[in-house]
Ligand binder design. Structure first.
Ligand code: HEC
Length: 202
């Protein structure tokens, strides 16, 4: 017991669990419009905290708490240094269904965007089935790899509830789904299916 407690204390505070999932979702759905894939390795300008806070509030909204503002800033620093999305520890299983409860955690506080980690996918063909409701003005759907390539991007203008997207993966990577709309939308269900895998022996 005591040893376990001590080793907990000694864990290094790197890509920490201190960043709330909400901050990652805000960053990847909103701030990413301008900052996605910035891999300069260091900060380009050295504003005072205060000026950075103002910038984040301008783009993220003035209802953000100070803690969230600082986390957002940290997420950008992480992206610049590691040239990757901030890790999202959401348990994802292939050929799995994501329930609404799980998807709700991946919805932006403004209610008009989602950022869903699809897990690590091998080369092959996949099908994504989405059930989206409550959209007034259409939405944009993107599938993005860990190296920031947009392997799929579609503007959906119809009000059909079900969207089926087929996509190919050429090289194993983590993938993410992003939905964005001008007005609130609900992602009620998501299903990810492997149609065929080039490495059929697993
Ligand atoms: C319309 C484009 C745009 C949006 C949206 C945007 N930013 Fe920025 N941001 C910039 C530009 C341009 C700079 C200054 C140049 C740079 O460092 O990239 C900057 C600088 C920053 C800096 C200082 C970076 C440094 O290198 O010192 C932080 C932190 C930051 N933004 C965070 C955010 C966060 C968090 C959001 C979302 C709430 C956000 N930004 C939304 C364009 C944008």
């Amino acid at each position: 017991m005591l040893m376990a407690a001590i080793s907990m204390l000694l864990l290094p505070l790197t890509a920490s669990g201190d960043i709330k999932i909400e901050s990652k979702v805000i960053f990847n759905t909103n701030c990413a419009r301008c900052h996605e894939g910035e891999c300069s390795g260091r900060l380009t300008f050295h504003l005072q905290n205060n000026a950075v806070d103002q910038h984040i509030i301008r783009h993220g909204g003035d209802e953000l708490s100070l803690a969230t503002i600082r986390q957002l800033s940290e997420v950008l620093h992480y992206m610049k240094e590691k040239c990757s999305f901030y890790p999202m520890t959401v348990d994802v299983k292939l050929n799995g269904i994501y329930s609404k409860k799980r998807l709700d955690k991946l919805k932006s506080p403004a209610g008009n965007a989602y950022f869903v980690p699809l897990g690590s996918l091998e080369a092959g063909s996949y099908q994504l089935i989405l059930e989206v409701t409550g959209v007034d003005s259409g939405y944009c759907m993107e599938i993005i790899s860990a190296t920031f390539s947009h392997i799929e991007k579609r503007i959906i203008n119809n009000s059909k509830e079900k969207l089926i997207v087929q996509f190919n993966v050429d090289e194993q990577s983590e993938f993410y789904l992003r939905l964005r709309s001008q007005s609130p939308l609900n992602l009620n269900k998501l299903e990810l299916l492997a149609i065929e895998s080039k490495n059929a022996n697993n």
